[in-house]
Design a protein around this ligand. Structure first.
Ligand code: PLP
Length: 451
């Protein structure tokens, strides 16, 4: 690290409080400063190149140098750099993107609503659910069930939905009306001898017990990622979504699919809901929607949500919710062009085909002494490290995994992220087989060096 007083590193330490970072340790460790991107690669300020095996934060589908997105942004910026959608106003990118998303939805959806981040979108989903319950004359129906290890964001409501301790400890969360049920982490949480189907059945029974204990008339919705991302890339076990949805249907509980990571090809279908047969009432999307070149997120809602919401807004006089930059024209124009690219280049097909190859190559590491489980689907995967394969004892001391990802693997030219005991891989959807081989070779070397 450059420790000169006016180096970018020193100024970063001096002026930035970093997201998801130990603020004290950052003063010694310092930043990795990324200067530019090309395809699936990024380059730091010393000229060292890395494969961005997380696509940034699970988001850059088309890679880091897509000129067509730059052109789409420039064109829209010159024509209409800003407008909004409050009080009957609209603009073309907002209309085009809403139409496109409603048409792309794998289940009948009625309307799109635009926000700027996954967290804001999930906050909005929660507010829509509460508003709807009031509209239906069911003011007691406000509880939302989420899952341990689920990740839904960091605002007060979305961090409450998130089921990870670091997002709640010392933040005085979760808020009321949020309940958590078990995570579908089969490898870590199944009982000895339990099959995937049996584990899924047990989780559905536990969910039903929770609903009955709370009173079904108080439970409004269930939220879940088709595949959990930040909770450690937890792939649902056989039968899971089918059994969970049967319980929700029985008690007329809405389903919110958080597609913020899975959406737009990640699992080898356009949406994770298709891969796992989800029939959501609300879909939440962001990240790969614009490849994160600009911030934008969206909710799709069906008539079951829209109709009562429309009635309530009519009774009150307005749907009193919206963000200044929601559906920003430049971000929407970039999102539209990004979706065109995903379709034209069949990046969903690539996620399926090269994804299957990545899954197979990662599974070759299963026999490595440090590897407990390899899991994933399409172009999202994790390897969970253990100190002891038989007992599944987590590997190393707290922080050891961070040292592996931010240390060895990074030195070997690959940027990954560790989620608890799992190392995640979620590369841009444009990745090739040869580039997957590069990741595997750096990973093998790093695991051997970590022994
Ligand atoms: N939902 C999921 C599934 C996510 O993975 C994330 C972010 O990683 C969010 C919501 C929150 O999105 P944002 O960081 O844009 O607020």
């Amino acid at each position: 690290m450059d420790t000169q007083p006016n180096s970018p590193e020193a100024r970063d330490i001096r002026y930035n409080l970093h997201a998801y970072t130990n603020a004290r340790r950052h003063q010694e460790a310092g930043p990795l400063i990324i200067e530019k991107g090309e395809g699936i690669y990024v380059e730091d300020n010393s000229g060292k190149r890395y494969i961005e095996a997380m696509a940034g934060l699970w988001s850059v589908a088309v890679g880091f140098s897509e000129q067509r997105l730059v052109d789409a942004a420039t064109k829209q910026m010159s024509k209409l750099p800003y407008y909004h959608s409050f009080t009957h106003k609209s603009h073309s990118p907002l209309i085009d993107l809403a139409e496109k998303l409603v048409q792309m939805a794998p289940v009948p959806m009625s309307k799109a609503f635009f926000t700027n981040s996954g967290s804001e979108a999930n906050d909005t989903a929660m507010k829509m659910i509460w508003y709807r319950s009031n509209a239906l004359g069911q003011p007691q129906r406000k509880k939302i069930i989420s899952r341990q290890r689920g990740y839904h964001g960091v605002t007060i409501a979305s961090a409450s939905l998130t089921g990870l301790p670091n997002n709640q400890i010392s933040f005085d969360l979760p808020i009321a009306n949020v309940l958590h049920t078990a995570s579908p982490h089969y490898w870590r949480e199944a009982r000895p001898g339990e099959t995937e189907e049996q584990f899924s059945t047990r989780l559905a029974e536990e969910l039903e017990k929770l609903i009955l204990a709370e009173g079904p008339e108080t439970v409004a919705a269930f939220i879940g990622e088709p595949v959990m991302g930040a909770g450690g890339v937890v792939v649902p076990p056989a039968g899971y979504w089918e059994k969970i949805q049967a319980v929700l249907k029985k008690y007329d509980i809405l389903l919110i699919a958080d597609e913020v990571i899975c959406g737009f090809g990640r699992t080898g279908e356009m949406f994770g809901s298709q891969t796992y047969g989800l029939q959501p009432d609300i879909m939440v999307m962001s990240k790969q929607l614009s490849s994160s070149y600009l911030p934008i997120s969206a909710l799709l809602i069906n008539d079951k949500v829209f109709e009562p919401l429309a009635d309530e807004s009519n009774r009150i006089g307005t749907f009193g919710h919206g963000f200044t930059a929601g559906g920003h024209p430049v971000a929407a124009a970039v999102a539209l062009e990004n979706l065109r690219l995903i379709e034209e280049r069949d990046l969903v097909g690539n996620a399926r085909e090269v994804g299957a190859y990545m899954q197979q190559r990662l599974r070759e590491l299963s026999s490595h002494e440090l590897v407990g489980e390899v899991r994933g689907i399409g172009l999202i995967a994790a390897i969970e490290l253990v100190a002891d394969k038989a007992t599944k004892a987590p590997w190393g001391q707290p922080g050891a995994l961070g040292a592996l990802t931010n240390g060895l693997l990074q030195q070997n030219g690959v940027i990954s992220r560790n989620m608890g005991d799992a190392l995640a891989f979620c590369p841009p959807l444009i990745i090739t087989r040869a580039q997957v081989d590069e990741i595997i070779s750096a990973l093998k070397t790093s695991l051997d060096e970590a022994l």
